[in-house]
Design a protein around this ligand. Structure first.
Ligand SMILES: Cc1cc2nc3c(=O)[nH]c(=O)nc-3n(C[C@H](O)[C@H](O)[C@H](O)COP(=O)(O)OP(=O)(O)OC[C@H]3O[C@@H](n4cnc5c(N)ncnc54)[C@H](O)[C@@H]3O)c2cc1C
Length: 522
C-alpha cells in the first residue's frame, strides 16, 4: 500500500455532515484508499472561509494519531519555598507562577483585587449602580483583565510551541476543547472565571501562595548605587520580603507607573492606540460577511478585522466581539472606559469592536502632555471627558456612525448591549477634547471600510466612547537577556503593563518566559 500522508485538508460545505464516517469517506475518496484501511482521523484545525461569495469549513485532519487523552503540557510539581513575589494575578502573573511551579520553584502571588466570585459582585455595581471600586473591576482582581474579557486567544506571536502550551493549559482547566482546534479560539467570559480559579487551585495544591486585597504601594530597594529589590510594601503598611519581584500589574494600574517614577525606575513612552467602540446589529455583520448563508445554523456570529492608514497613522478594528456586549472597564470613579466581551455562545444580538487610532509619543507631546507620564495623563483626561459627556453613572457618550460623518450629535440612538446606557451626543467633541486628530481619522477609515464591507456604515451602527486602554503608553525597560530592570536588580517587568504583551496569550507567554529565566533554563 502507498505511504499515506501525515495530514489532509478537506473543504466541507455548510450542509455537509462532519461525523467521522463521512470524513473517512471523503478522505478515502481523496487518497484512493478504502475507508476501512484508513487509520484514525484526528481534527487538528478548523476554520471558516467566507471569501469568494461561498461559505465553507476548512478542516485539517491528522492521520494515524490517537485522540489525545492527556494533553502534553507538563503539570506543576510540589514547590520548595522561594523568594519570588509576583505582583498581579493576570495572565502574565498567573502563568509565570505556573511555569515556576513546573520547575519546582515556589512564589507568592499578590493582587489588589478580589477572588472571581466577590469580584463579580463589584462588576454588578459597575453595570447597574455606576460605582467604580478602584481595586475591583473589569481590570483588577483574580485573573486580571483576562477574567471577564472576551477570551479570544489570538496572538501574532509566532512561537508555536509556547502558544500550544498555553492553549493546552487552559483546555486542561475548563476551557472548551474546541480551543485546541479552532483557528480563532475563544473561551467567553462566562467560562473564564472557572478557568482562572481552577489554575489557582492547582497551584495552591502544590504550595504556591496567593494573597488578594493586597495592593503594592512601594518597592523596597537596597541602598547604594546599584539597588536591588528586597521586598514590597502593601497598602496596609506591611512589608513582604522578596529576592525577585515579577511586576505584572497590567496597563490600567496608573498608580504603579507613578510609583516606579517616584522610585527611580526608568519608563519609556511608546506608541499606543485609542478611539471608540463601534456596535452593529450582529445580523447586519452576518449578512455582510456570510451573504445569503447568513442565517445558516452551522455558522457562528461573524467576526471582522479591518485596518487602514490615514495620514500616517494606523486606524484599526481591535478586539472584535461577535455576539457580544460593550462593558464599562473604568478603574477610576470619574473616568469612563469601554471595552468588549462575549459569552462562549456569542449569542447577543450585537457585534462590537474597538475602532482605534495609533498614537505616537510625539502626538502626545504635540497635544500638550509632557513628561514620561504624558500618555497616561492624556488617557485619563479623555476618560474624564467621556464620563462628563455621558452625564455620570457610567452612561456612555454615543453617536450614530452616519451622524458622526456629518459632524453632528445624534438625537436618537439605536438599542445597545451597554447596560449602564448611552447618552446621545457628538462623540467627536469628546475625542477632540485632548488635542489629537483621532475623530477625522476614524471618519476617513469608516468611509474606506464601507467600501470593503458594504453596509458597515449604517444609521444602525453606533460609536460609543471611549476605548482608551487598548495598549500601554509606556514600557518599563528590561535587559533583553536577564529580563530585569536596569535600575533595580531582581525586578522583572512583565506582561501588558510593562509593554511586552498585547493580550491574554502574549501576556501569559511573557510571564512564562520570565519564569524560565528565573529558573535558569532560558
Ligand atoms: C473587557 C476586556 C476584554 C478583553 N478581551 C480580550 C480578548 O478577547 N483577548 C485578549 O487577548 N485580550 C483581551 N483583553 C485584554 C487582556 O485581558 C489583557 O491583555 C491581559 O489580561 C493582560 O495581562 P497582564 O497579566 O499583563 O495584566 P492584567 O490582566 O491587566 O493583570 C494585572 C493584575 O495586576 C493587579 N494589580 C494592578 N496593580 C496592582 C498593585 N499595585 N498591587 C497588586 N496588584 C496589582 C490587577 O488587579 C490585575 O489583576 C480584554 C480586556 C478587557 C478589559
Amino acid at each position: 500500500m502507498a505511504r499515506l500522508p501525515e495530514e489532509v485538508s478537506l473543504e466541507l460545505g455548510l450542509d455537509e455532515p462532519s461525523d467521522d464516517a463521512h470524513l473517512r469517506q471523503r478522505v478515502s475518496k481523496l487518497l484512493g484508499v478504502p475507508a476501512a484501511e484508513l487509520p484514525a482521523l484526528v481534527l487538528r484545525k478548523r476554520s471558516i472561509d467566507a471569501r469568494r461569495g461561498a461559505v465553507r469549513f476548512h478542516l485539517l485532519l491528522e492521520l494515524g494519531a490517537q485522540p489525545a487523552v492527556d494533553l502534553g503540557a507538563p503539570h506543576p510539581r510540589e514547590v520548595r519555598p522561594g523568594g519570588v513575589v509576583i505582583v498581579g494575578d493576570g495572565p502574565a502573573g498567573l502563568f509565570c507562577a505556573y511555569e515556576l511551579a513546573r520547575h519546582g520553584i515556589g512564589c507568592t502571588v499578590v493582587d489588589r483585587g478580589k477572588l472571581v466570585q466577590p469580584r463579580r459582585h463589584d462588576l454588578k455595581g459597575l453595570q447597574q449602580g455606576g460605582t467604580v471600586d478602584p481595586d475591583s473591576n473589569y481590570c483588577f482582581g483574580e485573573g486580571g483583565a483576562g477574567t471577564y474579557s472576551d477570551g479570544k486567544l489570538y496572538t501574532r506571536a509566532h512561537k508555536r510551541g509556547s502558544v500550544r502550551d498555553v492553549i493546552e493549559i487552559l483546555a486542561r482547566h475548563g476551557a472548551p476543547a474546541s480551543i485546541l482546534t479552532d483557528a480563532r479560539p475563544h473561551i467567553g467570559s462566562n467560562r473564564l472565571p472557572q478557568v482562572v480559579s481552577s489554575l489557582r487551585h492547582e497551584l495552591q495544591n502544590v504550595g504556591v501562595a496567593f494573597r488578594f486585597g493586597a495592593r503594592v504601594v512601594e518597592l523596597l530597594l537596597t541602598e547604594g548605587s546599584a539597588p536591588r529589590v528586597r521586598g514590597l510594601r502593601l497598602q496596609d503598611g506591611s512589608e513582604l520580603p522578596a529576592q525577585q519581584i515579577v511586576l505584572a500589574t497590567g496597563h490600567s494600574a496608573s498608580d504603579v507607573y507613578r510609583m516606579l517614577v517616584a522610585q527611580g525606575v526608568r519608563l519609556e513612552a511608546k506608541a499606543f492606540a485609542l478611539g471608540v467602540r463601534i456596535e452593529h446589529p450582529q445580523a447586519l455583520i452576518n449578512r455582510i460577511q456570510y451573504g445569503s448563508a447568513a442565517e445558516h445554523p452551522a455558522l457562528p456570529a461573524a467576526p471582522y478585522r479591518l485596518a487602514e492608514t490615514v495620514e500616517g497613522r494606523g486606524v484599526f478594528s481591535f478586539c472584535m466581539c461577535p455576539g457580544g456586549f460593550i462593558v464599562p472597564a473604568s478603574t477610576e470613579p470619574q473616568g469612563l472606559v469601554v471595552n468588549g466581551m462575549s459569552l462562549s455562545r456569542r449569542s447577543s444580538h450585537y457585534a462590537n469592536s474597538g475602532l482605534v487610532v495609533a498614537v505616537e509619543p510625539q502626538d502626545v507631546v504635540a497635544a500638550g502632555f509632557h513628561g514620561v507620564l504624558g500618555g497616561i495623563e492624556l488617557q485619563r483626561r479623555l476618560e474624564q471627558a467621556a464620563f462628563a459627556a455621558g452625564g455620570g453613572m457610567l452612561r456612555a457618550p454615543a453617536t450614530r456612525a452616519t451622524d458622526f460623518l456629518e459632524g453632528r450629535a445624534s438625537s436618537t440612538l439605536p438599542q445597545s448591549s451597554y447596560i449602564p446606557g448611552l447618552t446621545a451626543t457628538n462623540i467627536a467633541e469628546v475625542l477632540d477634547s485632548v488635542g489629537l486628530q483621532v475623530a477625522p481619522r476614524i471618519a476617513a477609515a469608516l468611509r474606506a471600510w464601507n467600501r470593503r464591507m458594504r453596509g458597515y456604515l449604517s444609521a444602525e451602527a453606533v460609536l460609543v466612547g471611549v476605548e482608551s486602554r487598548t495598549s500601554s503608553p509606556l514600557r518599563v525597560p528590561r535587559d533583553p537577556d536577564t529580563l530585569q530592570s536596569p535600575d533595580a536588580a531582581g525586578l522583572f517587568p512583565a506582561g501588558e503593563g510593562a509593554g511586552y504583551a498585547g493580550g491574554i496569550m502574549s501576556a501569559a507567554m511573557d510571564g512564562m518566559r520570565i519564569a524560565r529565566v528565573i529558573a535558569g533554563v532560558e
